[in-house]
Design a protein around this ligand. Structure first.
Ligand code: DAH
Length: 335
């Protein structure tokens, strides 16, 4: 009876050597391991086996069964491998789309802002994100006692070194190295000690603007901001200035654009005022000129700030600043 086991083994070795594809592999499985296959039917012969051989017959058959099972699984796995790795084409697989990268929405908006100001004759300047107290505060006429220096707002590295809280220090750096006339913007990242929520983030992006010359006036400032609003959001967007205070400008103002959603009619987003706050601006304070060695009797200048994240939120109708920094592709691929 043990001869029977040997016969099955030989037949299997022969059959498996001629398996070429998944279909013949399946035939092989049915023939040997199926419910009515060779192994099962051999087990049904048990009662006919002489009692003293029964034990070794059963063991031998089980060993063969396991071996066939192993060889079958190994071959099956190798088929799956080849169909994935080499040219074997599985027409049932869904197609693979190429992934095309694109600009982050904040980069796209910053590029647009730069293009607009370059068109007005401004240069684009850069400065360090790690600043000294002098550039971030002192030279901008922000005294030691000013609340903006509070630990609540500023991220200090040492007592004298901070993560810049605004892009205004770049004005100082540019005025130190360049004589008027100056017309520059400085886009970049800034840092504040804020807990993230829909409208706050511990880092965000600003553009600083500065123009210095012999007869630069507040009217020039209003003109440039108005022209920017038209280019960025459309001709029907108006600008208004409200008196305000910044240590580095005198007089100072905050400026608003008409609401880009209702175009000034009044809606939920602008709380029915028709206006949206953008940022601050003003005429460069004489103390700032003195800090960089420019004669305030000879030159005047205007400066303004602008939030890139805020402009991007308005442009794309985004109501949560955190979306910009989560790098969720479901968000990013919409732009
Ligand atoms: N630096 C100010 C801020 O971070 C923004 C700002 C206001 C910039 C008035 C200016 C300015 O140049 O004149 O909030």
């Amino acid at each position: 009876m043990l001869v029977k086991i040997e016969e099955i083994r030989k037949a299997f070795e022969k059959d498996i050597s001629s398996v070429k594809d998944r279909a013949s592999l399946e035939e092989l499985r049915v023939k040997y391991l199926g419910r009515k296959g060779q192994i099962s039917s051999a087990f049904t012969l048990m009662p006919q086996v002489p009692a003293e051989q029964r034990k070794s017959f059963g063991q031998g058959l089980n060993i063969l069964k396991n071996r066939i099972e192993q060889q079958y699984q190994a071959l099956k796995a190798s088929f799956e491998e080849t169909s994935r790795d080499t040219g074997r084409i599985d027409l049932s697989l869904p197609g693979r789309k190429g992934f095309v990268g694109r600009k982050h929405p904040l980069v796209a908006v910053a590029d647009e802002i730069k293009d607009i100001f370059r068109g007005f004759g401004f240069t684009v300047e850069d400065g360090p994100e790690i600043e000294t107290d002098f550039y971030n505060f002192e030279a901008l006429n922000i005294p030691k006692t000013h609340p903006a220096r509070d630990m609540q707002d500023t991220l200090y590295i040492t007592e004298d070194v901070v993560l810049r809280t605004h892009t205004s220090p770049v004005q100082i750096r540019v005025m130190q190295r360049q004589k008027p006339p100056i017309r520059m913007i400085a886009p970049g990242r800034v840092y504040r000690r804020d807990t993230p929520d829909a409208s706050h983030s511990p880092f965000f992006h600003q553009v600083e603007g500065l123009a210095v010359g012999k007869d630069v006036t507040f009217a020039d400032l209003k003109g440039i901001i108005q022209a920017f609003a038209h280019r960025m959001f459309g001709k029907d967007i108006n600008v208004r200035f409200r008196p305000s205070f910044f240590p580095f400008t005198e007089p100072s103002a905050e400026y608003d654009f008409s609401c880009v959603f209702c175009r000034g009619e009044g809606c939920r987003v602008c709380k029915h005022t028709g206006w949206m706050e953008i940022s601050g601006a003003g005429m460069v304070h004489p103390n700032v000129f003195r800090a960089v060695g420019i004669d305030p009797e000879e030159y005047t200048g205007y400066a303004f700030g602008m939030g890139i994240d805020r402009i991007a939120m308005l442009k794309y109708g985004i109501d949560d600043i955190r979306l910009f920094f989560e790098n969720d592709l479901r968000f990013l691929t919409q732009f």
